[in-house]
Design a binder for this molecule. Sequence first.
Ligand code: FAD
Length: 442
Amino acid sequence: MRVVVVGAGLAGLTAAADLAATGAEVTVIEARDRVGGRTHGIEVAPGGWADAGAAYLGERHTALTTLLAELDLKTTPATVGGAARFALGGEPGTGRFPPLSAVALGGLFDALEELAAAVRPEAPWLSPDAARLDATTAADWAAEHLTHPDARLFFPLFAGEMMAADPADVSVLHLAFYLRSGGGLRYLNAFAGGAQEDRIDGGAHQVCLRLATRLGDRVRLGEPVRAVHQDATGVDVVTVTGVTRADAVVVAVPPVLADAVEFRPGLPAPRSGPGTAPGCAVKVHLVYPAPLWREQGLSGWSVSADGPLLSTVDDSPANGSAGVLTGFVTGAQAKAFAALPPDEQAGQARAQVARLFPGLPAPDACHVTDWLGERHSRGCYAALFGPGDWLRLGPRLTTPHQRVHWAGTETSTEFFGLMEGAIRSGHRVAAEIDATWRHNHD
Ligand SMILES: Cc1cc2nc3c(=O)[nH]c(=O)nc-3n(C[C@H](O)[C@H](O)[C@H](O)COP(=O)(O)OP(=O)(O)OC[C@H]3O[C@@H](n4cnc5c(N)ncnc54)[C@H](O)[C@@H]3O)c2cc1C
């Protein structure tokens, strides 16, 4: 069996590795000149890497942790002791918890947990009241249900941090599904014991690098797939450099990018809709000789209402090569920030960190990674399903189109949007193709 995999992110490479293990003749075709997709490493100091894309994982991410063990990669704790800095109105202050009403935040979390508990994670479009929840934006839900000013202040920060979402861009059904799919709000939101417990030592990009190394010259870079043409005996995958013939194809790219590929025969329905928005995330890495904030009893964690960095965390490489504060610009802030010239972006980030951490010297370097501008990702962390999307797109997300099969974190109802979802989708699609082939040839 000959299989072409479109996309060398975690989903595509996992699928390729599984299929190769069954004896299939696999070719992976990747648009970029690197593998990894939404995982990407930046060398911030000699031998010191920071994650410009995905970084964190928790113990429930079992497909990822199994893969890490197979690839001989280690994790390092993401949590750092010490106090945080909060700028949620007025001058920045130091503390352990945001200086907001615990009752208001508890009420917000309970309301969100209630929404998530009612979702059918394997088929959100069949959830009770799905049509109404799918037609309502999270911003409209917040305007109706959140009365306390602290809950109103915190909700967009939370949606930005958790999903890189502007609440105006996602339906309540998507918000509730995302929380449920990722293990619940409190798991998703937590560092210790939650989805941000660990990082991959040396950078998450190494997972795809190691998978690709094993596949060798079966991975082709710098070839965006333009078209997929099927006939009675097989399928042609078309790039600028030529045509590759296969028996089956895995398309492991985000839904909006799948819609940019020409399919013949055409897809019965698009994989994204007018309401499908790109996740809005810009990551900023401020590099210091060492994690100097720790000497002041600070963890490096900060939360700001005004931005552009809505939060910062300590992502210093475990090998001690540098101190790294990662700033997250997400949601509506990211749209405005992404439109600024690079100098201004770096200037605003440096100025904000100087206000938040006045005891620190100026950083040695500032790296800005704008995922909105990445044309082979079109936003991150993942696609945001807007009003109407789940009911229209959900039932067909994983349905094969004859010889074309679908993967990618957006096709996973478990840990949607995360590395874990991408890897699970890769395993799922490889098993699906193998089973179809055996069914047709036994
Ligand atoms: C800033 C940021 C922070 C994140 N944080 C986390 C985190 O902490 N934890 C976590 O678990 N997840 C996180 N994520 C999400 C995680 O990165 C993704 O869920 C996961 O990497 C998606 O993998 P994928 O294989 O589905 O898609 P991708 O990684 O997007 O792979 C798709 C590949 O297809 C290629 N491609 C696109 N179009 C074509 C075409 N026409 N032809 C050929 N190739 C094509 C792309 O170049 C890409 O390499 C984050 C993402 C970002 C960007």
